[in-house]
Write a protein that binds this ligand. Structure first.
Ligand code: B16
Ligand code: MG
Length: 218
């Protein structure tokens, strides 16, 4: 039987860091006099930090120098880091640890595939780093989701064929990336939003371990 690899997105799948991204973007938006709501924050999910700032400035009809752009990127990230500094294992989303533990006990290869450049410190904070055989994050990719690069690198590093990989994702761009990589895509969140996923669950409490075993053994 061929080995199956499981690839997890971070924000929205393992932890809800979207709320901290929102607070940090909102603070910057307020400073710049740009209206920014929680609904606006939805389009920032799974999107790189650089692209998020580009979208924010487009929303405010602003065009700025490269120097100013870079300074705001740093400012947003410093504010975000102050929020994640306080994170601990209580912020792991329901049943994620149970699924990771089950996969690990079966010696299943596990990767992180995230757009975030802060993925490693977050996994350290919530004490999940040791479950991952490899971390592919915003520091290791040149093309953002929906490009499949992040997941293809993860498969390569796990030494598993892409069509033997299963991806958990909460963002439309992430499901598109998994599908483009010809992996099994599992949408975590609203099924009408993530309708392009091969399987849909609201969260991990809905996922039966026998379903994962069936995917691993197919
Ligand atoms: P950072 P994911 C993504 O994480 C977030 O969903 C997205 O909102 C954020 O802009 C992006 O990471 C970059 O994060 O500023 O920490 O590098 O969902 O791909 O795990
Ligand atoms: Mg996500």
């Amino acid at each position: 039987m061929n080995t199956t690899g499981f690839i997890f997105d971070l924000d929205g799948v393992i932890v809800d860091t979207a709320k901290y991204h929102y607070l940090a973007w909102k603070k910057l938006a307020d400073e710049l006099g740009i209206e920014f709501t929680k609904e606006d924050n939805e389009q920032f999910k799974g999107v790189s930090r650089k692209r998020c700032l580009e979208i924010l400035l487009e929303m405010g009809g602003r065009s700025v120098s490269q120097e100013q752009f870079d300074a705001w990127m740093v400012e947003k990230n410093e504010d975000y880091l102050a929020h994640i500094e306080k994170m601990d294992a209580s912020e792991i989303l329901p049943d994620v640890a149970k699924v990771l533990e089950h996969l690990k006990s079966n010696k299943t290869p596990i990767a992180l595939g995230s757009a975030s450049k802060n993925a490693r410190p977050i996994l350290e904070k919530v004490k999940l780093l040791s479950y991952f055989d490899t971390i592919v994050d915003g520091n290791s990719v040149s093309k953002a989701k929906p490009d499949p690069e992040v997941f293809l690198i993860a498969a390569q590093q796990l030494n598993v064929a892409p069509d033997r990989c299963v991806v958990f994702e909460d963002a439309v761009a992430g499901i598109a990336a998994a599908n483009a990589a010809e992996m099994v895509s599992i949408g975590i969140g609203e099924s009408d939003v993530l309708h392009e996923a091969d399987h849909n669950f609201t969260d991990f409490t809905e996922i039966d371990l026998t379903f994962l075993d069936a995917l691993a053994n197919k």
